[in-house]
Design a protein around this ligand. Structure first.
Ligand code: AOF
Ligand code: ZN
Length: 364
């Protein structure tokens, strides 16, 4: 591995520290290297600002002069809430900037690189570009299509069931897999479930025991707002955001009650008796979300899959079978032909305690 690749790998890993915390902004990392020594490190702050570069530059101080800056995304060129990072790199006297890919935000999109080159700064692009595109995929997808990226996670028995016929579901997978899920939640902007799961499991959907202080937004998709008013989500909505996506003409008393409890209510169109996934994701993208972690249940999972809205699939599969009378992880998709089934490509497979984790991304 050459130096550029090595330092870019470090910038990317610093950037990943911000995942789940920086929306609507991308989670970027920056490393400043002077004479083979790392003199500054930074990553996008919670809430998206300050950006990565000014933080790394502040650490480097005068040592930034003549140094190389490794940034996991093209430095910004616009006067937004902060002055442009490209200008900050120029002002600090950085001699060379290495960035894997350009930013598709129209305010930047090539202008950051142009600004640097115009000032005589050497620019190198393309280093670990695939990795950067993967890390920043949620940000890019939202900027380019308005739709956040969706990861669907399912923890099921060997035969794809998430509960027995009587609704018993605790626990199918082991504690290691459940802990892994908390790590995944923390790296997403929001955790999302359907109303059936919210009623059956009374989940809190928080990240626990990982020492993080910023929680993902909790989203419940509930056409009629008929959710337990004494449940975990209702009781904690003041402290940790709860967004409820509902259909047209909800019961005004329920609407008022949930608003008073502190939830944010988002009206969405309904199609064939279900919240329309296209409208749902457009509404969530409008509010700035870039990475959504959906944890089921079967009806919401089927609806997202049937509308081709799932970008990543993460399965935790346990070594037990429940049988056909158990609750399926994915409900009816209305599929008539195999050729119409959304297909995914395997990215990773590993053992997590007694269970198997498999990660797939939507095939092109
Ligand atoms: C960078 N470094 O660490 C990040 C960047 O609303 P603003 O002014 O904060 O600008 C947000 C845009 O800045 C965002 O859409 C993306 O283009 C870029 N994010 N750029 O140079 C960073 N997070
Ligand atoms: Zn910036």
């Amino acid at each position: 591995m050459n130096d550029d690749t090595r330092y870019m790998a470090l910038a990317l890993s610093l950037g990943r520290r911000g995942q789940g915390n920086t929306w609507p902004n991308p989670a970027v990392g920056c490393v400043i290297v002077q004479d083979g020594r790392i003199v500054g490190r930074g990553w996008t702050a919670p809430g998206g600002r300050p950006h990565a570069e000014p933080q790394a530059l502040a650490q480097a101080g005068d040592l930034a002069r003549g140094a190389t800056a490794y940034v996991s995304l093209e430095p910004c060129a616009h006067h937004g809430h902060t002055p442009p990072c490209a200008q900050a790199l120029i002002n600090a006297g950085v001699a060379r900037v290495v960035a894997p890919i350009s930013d598709s935000d129209p305010r930047v999109s090539g202008k950051g690189f142009d600004m640097l080159r115009a000032a005589g700064t050497e620019v190198t692009t393309g280093v670990l570009a695939d990795r950067a595109a993967r890390d920043l995929a949620g940000f890019f997808q939202r900027v380019e299509t308005g739709r956040p990226r969706v990861t669907l996670k399912l923890a099921s028995s060997f035969d794809g069931r998430i509960a027995t016929a009587t609704g018993e579901s605790q626990w199918i997978t082991g504690p290691q897999a459940r802990r892994w899920v908390h790590g995944l939640r923390s790296r997403h902007d929001a955790v999302m479930v359907g109303a059936g799961t919210a009623r059956a499991d009374d989940p809190s959907l928080t990240v626990r025991d990982l020492g993080i202080d910023r929680q993902p937004v909790r989203i419940v998709v509930s056409r009629r707002l008929d959710l337990p008013l004494m449940g975990q989500l209702a009781q904690t909505a003041r402290d940790i955001p709860v967004w409820i996506c509902h259909g047209p003409h909800p019961d005004p008393i329920l609407h008022r009650t949930w608003t008073d409890l502190g939830a944010t209510l988002i009206g969405c169109d309904v199609q064939q008796g279900q919240i329309d996934p296209t409208a749902l994701l457009a509404a969530l993208g409008d509010r700035g979300l870039t990475r959504i972690f959906c944890e089921g249940g079967g009806a919401l999972a089927a609806s997202l899959l049937a509308h081709d809205k799932v970008d990543d699939l993460i399965g935790f599969t346990a070594g037990l079978t429940i049988g056909a009378e158990g609750l399926p992880a994915i409900g009816a998709m209305g599929l008539t032909q195999l050729s119409l089934a959304p297909r995914f490509t395997l990215q990773d497979v590993r053992a997590i305690g007694p269970d198997i984790l498999h990660h797939w991304t939507r095939s092109a």
